[in-house]
Design a protein. Structure first.
Length: 168
C-alpha cells in the first residue's frame, strides 16, 4: 500500500471511529449536551491510537510507535517539569498582569462570576465558588496533568506518533 493511501486510511479510521462514537450518542436520543458526552469524548480520544493499531494489522507493517513511547526521566526530567508547571506559571503571571492593569476587577469572592451564573440560571452549589476554584487550581497543579496525559495519549500516539512522521 502506498504511503498516501496508508495516510488516507489512517485519517479515515481515526475520524470515522471517533464519529461513530458521537453518532451513537446522538442517535440514542441522549444528545451531545449530556454528561455522557464527556465519556464519549474520552473514548474518542483513543481512536487515533486504535487507528494506528488497525492500520498495522491491515498493512502488516509495524508502526514504530512502541519505540517512541519510552519515557526517559533520568535525562529529561527538567522538560517534564516544564511541561507540567510552565503553563500554570504563565497563567498566574497573566492573571497577575491583568489585575495590575484592572485592579477593580479583582475579587477573591468571585462575585462577577456568581452574577453571570445567576443571570444564566445556573443553580448555586452548596460549596462556595471560591472553594471550587481553589480545588480546581490545586487539582490542575497536582494530579490533573497526569490524569489528562493518560487520556491524551491516544491522540498523541495517532497524530504525533504516526501521522506526523508519515507526512514528513
Amino acid at each position: 500500500m502506498s504511503n498516501k493511501r496508508t495516510i488516507l486510511l489512517f485519517v479515515v479510521l481515526a475520524y470515522g471511529l471517533a464519529w461513530i462514537i458521537w453518532l451513537a450518542l446522538w442517535l440514542s436520543g441522549v444528545g451531545l449536551n449530556s454528561p455522557w458526552n464527556q465519556l464519549a469524548s474520552t473514548v474518542a480520544m483513543w481512536m487515533p491510537a486504535l487507528a494506528v493499531f488497525i492500520l498495522g494489522k491491515i498493512t502488516n507493517q509495524p508502526s514504530g510507535i512502541k519505540s517512541k513511547l519510552v519515557v526517559n526521566l533520568k535525562s529529561n526530567w527538567r522538560f517534564y517539569l516544564l511541561a507540567i508547571w510552565l503553563p500554570a506559571v504563565i497563567s498566574f503571571l497573566g492573571a497577575g498582569l491583568y489585575f495590575l492593569v484592572f485592579p477593580s476587577n479583582f475579587s477573591l469572592g468571585l462575585e462577577s462570576i456568581q452574577a453571570i451564573l445567576q443571570e444564566k440560571g445556573v443553580s448555586q452549589s452548596t460549596i462556595p465558588l471560591s472553594s471550587l476554584a481553589l480545588i480546581q487550581i490545586l487539582a490542575s497543579l497536582t494530579y490533573a496533568p497526569f490524569l489528562n496525559s493518560f487520556f491524551a495519549l491516544g491522540e498523541e500516539i495517532g497524530w504525533r506518533g504516526y501521522l506526523y512522521p508519515a507526512l514528513r
